[in-house]
Design a protein around this ligand. Structure first.
Ligand code: MG
Length: 422
């Protein structure tokens, strides 16, 4: 038996090319979109044996812009590039498209450090607002790498990817300008964490639902006005929440606890609430509610919406009547932030990957503690202190702040036979 010859050393794999110092051709076509344009362009380029380095394509009101960055024709025949140019132009003419071919070197410059996603929600989004915001980015030496639309309904939402400026600084540059321009804005750090599974913790009264639950109870006790006055002062931060809660609950003493059923039926969801929660759950987010209101109602919401966690106060009941007291640990401003931390721990989600949404002064600690704190149609004191404010009355717009597009929401609804709830 002959010995096998020694195995040859495998040839080293070629190093990946960066194309940095190589000649490249940028091919851009623009015109009416129809099926087959991308296929046609690349089939035309394919005949010249070029390699593809980058492709960007978008369609705006039925007009396609397609850019391809490719290597020069393979083989190095003297007039191969001239032949490629005339062939592409001929093809474009047949397709009634405009074509441009620009020769140069390399690719885009590498993106600089400090990358953020900036989401702008406009209702309406004016050209002046876009100009003012982008001017701030440029003045701060930031670079806008990419812009695309997330939604056109119920607000126009666009996302910009910005590099070259630290996220914190970019946020402070843009928040004041956004307020002046009457648009809502969120600035978050780019990175893999954005795609990680996360936890959303929401306030209930005037956030998830349109009502203040204690006022619904108070209406049955005939003390609605008195309670509403105290609620308004507490939410504006003029009163200590725990103290105001006790004062309001005391007014319910003697009320038949059976009204709970009626109150549960009276609760009105905020437009977009069901869409927001359904979409977050489909994406694998965990969703919690934390409320200065009452477990008598939040337990029902948890069941209705399939939520993961909840914390609220409990109205004490003795002999079928409310005593005018709450039992257990009071969920107040500090309590809400405490529950956010507990839920994050239970959900095994780092605090930086949590999102908190709320409207009242008692939500402020929770909004500040979360990775992204969203003031939702909030009282001025809350709006000013929060990183991000949404001032349109649609809760599902929060999805856009997380980079989720309206099309994705509608596509997922269509599969499951659901419809957006406004
Ligand atoms: Mg609230």
């Amino acid at each position: 038996m002959n010995a096998l010859p020694p195995a040859a050393e495998p040839a080293p794999a070629p190093l990946p090319r960066t194309f940095d110092d190589e000649r490249t051709l940028l091919v851009k076509v623009f015109g009416k979109d129809r099926p087959g344009i991308t296929t046609g362009l690349f089939a035309t380029l394919g005949d010249f044996g070029v390699e593809v380095i980058d492709i960007e394509q978008m369609v705006t009101r039925g007009r396609i812009t397609l850019c391809a960055l490719v290597t020069p024709p393979a083989g190095g025949a003297p007039d191969a590039e001239g032949a490629l140019r005339s062939t592409v132009h001929r093809w474009a003419e047949e397709q009634r498209l405009q074509a441009e071919i620009i020769s140069g070197t390399g690719d885009n410059r590498p993106r600089r450090e400090g990358r953020s996603h900036v989401t702008v929600l406009g209702h309406p989004l004016t050209a002046t607002a876009v100009s003012a915001l982008t001017a701030r980015i440029t003045e701060a030496d930031g670079n806008i790498d990419r812009v695309f639309r997330l939604a056109k309904y119920p607000v126009v939402a666009v996302e910009m990817t910005v590099s070259g400026i630290a996220t914190e600084r970019l946020r402070s540059e843009l928040v004041a300008e956004a307020t002046a321009q009457r648009v809502d804005i969120a600035v978050v750090e780019a990175g893999l964490h954005r795609r990680a599974k996360r936890l959303v913790v929401m306030d209930v009264d005037s956030t998830l639902i349109q009502d203040e639950v204690i006022e619904l109870f108070a209406a049955h006790a005939g003390c609605e006005e008195k309670v509403a006055e105290v609620t308004a002062a507490a939410m504006a931060g003029e009163l200590d929440f725990a103290e105001s809660l006790r004062a309001r609950v005391a007014l319910l003493a003697g009320l038949d606890a059976a009204v709970t059923e009626k109150v549960r039926a009276e609760v009105r969801f905020t437009p977009g609430a069901r869409t927001l929660i359904r979409t977050l759950q489909r994406l694998g987010f965990q969703v919690a509610i934390v409320s200065g209101g009452f477990t008598q109602v939040t337990d029902h919401l948890v069941e209705q919406l399939g939520l993961d966690f909840a914390a609220a106060n409990t109205l004490e009941v003795v002999d079928g009547k409310f005593t005018g007291r709450v039992t257990g640990e009071i969920v107040d401003r500090a309590g809400k932030a405490r529950w956010l931390r507990r839920f994050a721990e239970q959900a095994k989600v780092p605090l930086e990957q949590t999102v908190a949404i709320g409207d009242g002064a008692n939500d402020l600690d929770m909004l500040n503690a979360a990775g992204l704190g969203v003031a939702f149609n909030a009282k001025p004191v809350v709006r000013e202190a929060a990183d991000t404010a949404v001032n349109v009355p649609f809760l599902d717009t929060v999805l856009y702040l997380l980079g989720i597009t309206r099309e994705e929401v509608e596509a997922a609804d269509a599969v499951d036979g659901d419809r957006p709830d406004h």
